[in-house]
Design a protein. Structure first.
Lengths: 202, 476
């Protein structure tokens, strides 16, 4: 996984709640067997509308998505995270993420930042008023900062548990970390009851 | 202090616990399907890793599989490639696979329980959010992403963040014609699509205890639609009776040891839940969705809500967008919404009891003119059982299409899809925009409501049917 320390880029406001993973990447894209090439499927249905925020010239090249509450609900498809990354997003900000989506994002180095809804609203207003505003998502200091000429500066601290933060900052591979615990796994396996189900005899 | 069911199962699977780190949990059963596994197997190959426990892993083909002409090559080359990729991966890594055409093939969440692999007190994962289904057995079961699929394949464990517990207590009797599906839709409408976020839900109370295993699976299946980490129901005699004698259920002394353990899997009287919701079963009615997320639902007797009635701005906006997408107007009676498609199937409602329930309503009746009804069994075994009972004949005599097993129109990855603007009454689990096909409109319903709707051509419950086959004129 690529490490995430801090990122600065322009942001795009997505004023919708309950953006489910079927909207982020529709099911027919899930037939692909790779982790890349999903950028054209991102929000595919909505992007057919020329007015959709991602189609607006002012937001071209934005790398931070400022979304409504309950982002990433529904299906466990990690393709939703890959699609956002393939498109160019480095971070998503929302007041609430669905659990599986959030887990998937952090495992891929897409930083999902939880901020209070009022702060998300202010950030959306800020980038709507000035799409050239630069937004910094700083994982080192756990802080989001945004600034635009003629607007008051926005600074908001966010929480992320220390372990998840460390893994992101270091870009660590979860499987390698777990395999360091090989002896604990072997011990656990040795003590499993014999009545536990098996799919095949080995 | 006592522990909840979820905490007991969790504690029994901790491989390693350390301050400041997520617990490392052992996974008892890993289910795979073709959609979320290819990139995980690729990851293993790149790192030169093996599947650690092939004896705790099983795969089936379900999302892409056609429900017609299954003896012919799959027409869509991309779907075909994905299925072939699963076959190659399972052969290379030694994973048991039930491919299309196999008697044990079917929707992964129907196959696990019917083989007896889903057992109380186990941890079950799958790269599929509806893995919550297996919680009906008192298993801790949850959907995972592809990175985690790879992690489980390589290590048979997962590092997991702590969870909170929520009791959903349902007391009393469900009225006639009110099913597990109506109950879970009502629960989601009550707590919202984010209401369960961070929680493992435990469904309990006298109304839950009276439910069959299949009804319990319907409920736990949709826990994810409330945003929950998982949903669980304490195992009891109903659970043990369902499991006994199944292929992979424990036998002999192992059975006795297993049941003795399973009986300990109940929330202690002095355990404290982080949150509790209480529902009176007697107040429930057939429930349908009107919007584009599973929390946007109402009793069938209600009207389409007015977005202006929502105090919360984001809910109001969501309702406005939902009505626009669904082509509905505020105040319209739900019963007057016409459909052109009815889908009975999915991991939510594709089991034998669901098919029996729908068939009992269709018997001697006809699907309304202009309505297409698809009946898709959740697995080949379910299909065979239905055929043995003559249910397929009931469906086809009514004018419904009897199909082969798979996920089918629940998510339209195979050819079974809604056309733009088409409207369905569907026993599946998600009414998201475009879920059943681009521009398609979905109303989530129970199998009974689906069948009555097929007969009348508009959203309806069995109570709306007259004794004759004559369809009443519909509104809209």
């Amino acid at each position: 996984m690529e490490a995430f320390t801090t990122h600065t880029g322009r942001a795009v406001p997505l004023r919708r709640s309950n953006v489910d993973t079927d909207q982020i990447i529709p099911a027919h894209w899930l037939k692909k067997v790779t982790r890349d090439g999903f950028e054209d499927g991102l929000f595919e249905a909505w992007r057919k509308d020329p007015e959709f925020v991602l189609n607006q010239e002012a937001y071209k090249g934005a790398t931070v998505l400022v979304a409504g509450p309950d982002f990433g609900t529904g299906s466990s498809r990690e393709h939703a995270v890959w699609a956002l990354q393939n498109y160019g997003f480095k971070a998503v900000i929302s007041s609430r993420f669905a659990d599986i989506f959030r887990g998937n994002s952090l495992k891929n180095g897409l930083l999902t930042v939880v901020l209070p809804q009022e702060t998300v609203d202010r950030l959306q207003q800020l980038v709507e008023a000035d799409p050239t505003a630069e937004v910094t998502v700083d994982l080192v200091d756990r802080q989001v900062r945004a600034e635009a000429p003629g607007q008051s500066k926005l600074t908001a601290d966010f929480e992320l548990d220390e372990n998840a933060r460390w893994r992101l900052l270091e870009g660590l591979d979860d499987i390698s970390l777990t395999l360091r615990e090989e002896s604990s796994i072997v011990d656990y396996e040795a003590n499993r009851p014999s009545f536990k189900p098996r799919t095949i005899e080995v | 202090m006592g522990r909840t069911l979820a905490e007991k199962v969790w504690d029994d699977h901790v491989v390693r616990r350390a301050e400041g780190e997520p617990d490392l949990l052992f996974i008892d059963l890993h289910l795979l399907h073709e959609v979320t596994s290819p990139q995980a197997f690729d990851g293993l190959r790149k790192a030169g890793r093996q599947v650690r426990r092939t004896d705790l892993t099983i795969a089936t083909e379900d999302h892409n599989t056609p429900t017609l002409d299954i003896d012919k090559p799959i027409a869509d080359p991309v779907s075909r490639t994905q299925l072939e990729t699963l076959r190659k991966n399972c052969a290379e890594f030694g994973v048991r696979l039930h491919p299309l055409g196999d008697v044990e093939q079917g929707v992964v969440h129907v196959v696990g329980p019917q083989l007896g692999l889903t057992q109380p007190g186990t941890t079950v994962v799958c790269g599929d959010s509806h893995t919550s289904t297996h919680g009906a057995f008192g298993a801790l079961a949850f959907g995972i992403g592809t990175s985690q699929v790879e992690h489980v394949l390589a290590t048979q464990t997962l590092p997991l963040a702590p969870f909170k517990t929520m009791a959903i207590t349902v007391e009393g009797e469900l009225p006639d014609g009110v099913t597990a599906k109506d109950l879970i839709l009502a629960i989601i409408a009550k707590i919202g699509t984010g209401g369960g976020q961070g929680y493992v839900l435990e469904y309990r109370g006298s109304a839950i205890e009276k439910l069959s295993m299949e009804a319990r699976m319907t409920i736990c299946n949709m826990s994810i639609e409330a945003g929950a980490r998982a949903g669980m129901i304490a195992p009891d005699q109903t659970t043990f009776d369902y499991l006994q004698g199944r292929d992979h259920a424990p036998k002999g002394e192992d059975w006795d040891a297993a049941v003795a353990y399973w009986k300990t899997l109940r929330t202690d009287d002095d355990a404290v839940f982080d949150a509790e919701v209480v529902i009176d079963a007697a107040t429930l009615a057939p429930f349908v969705t009107w919007g584009t997320n599973p929390g946007q639902g109402a009793p069938l007797s209600a009207r389409v809500p007015d977005p202006a009635s929502y105090e919360d701005a984001s809910e109001r906006l969501a309702a406005e967008k939902a009505l626009e997408y669904m082509g509905l107007t505020a105040g319209q009676p739900l019963r007057e919404i016409n459909v052109d498609t009815v889908f009975v199937g999915s991991c939510t409602n594709g089991r034998i009891e669901d098919l029996r329930s729908a068939a009992s309503i269709l018997e001697g009746r006809k699907v309304a003119d202009g309505v297409r009804m698809l009946v898709v069994p959740g697995s080949v075994r379910v299909s065979l059982e239905a055929v043995a009972e003559g249910l397929d004949k009931v469906f086809t005599a009514a004018g419904a299409e009897w199909r082969h097993a798979g996920c089918s129109m629940c998510l339209g990855m195979n050819p079974d899809q809604l056309a733009p603007g088409e409207r369905s009454a569907s026993t599946s689990n998600r009414n998201f925009e475009g879920r059943q096909g681009k521009g398609g409109r979905t109303h989530l319903v129970s199998p009974q409501v689906a069948a009555a709707t097929a007969v009348l051509g508009h959203l309806a419950s069995p109570a709306d049917l007259s004794d004759t086959d004559v369809a009443t004129p519909a509104g809209v």
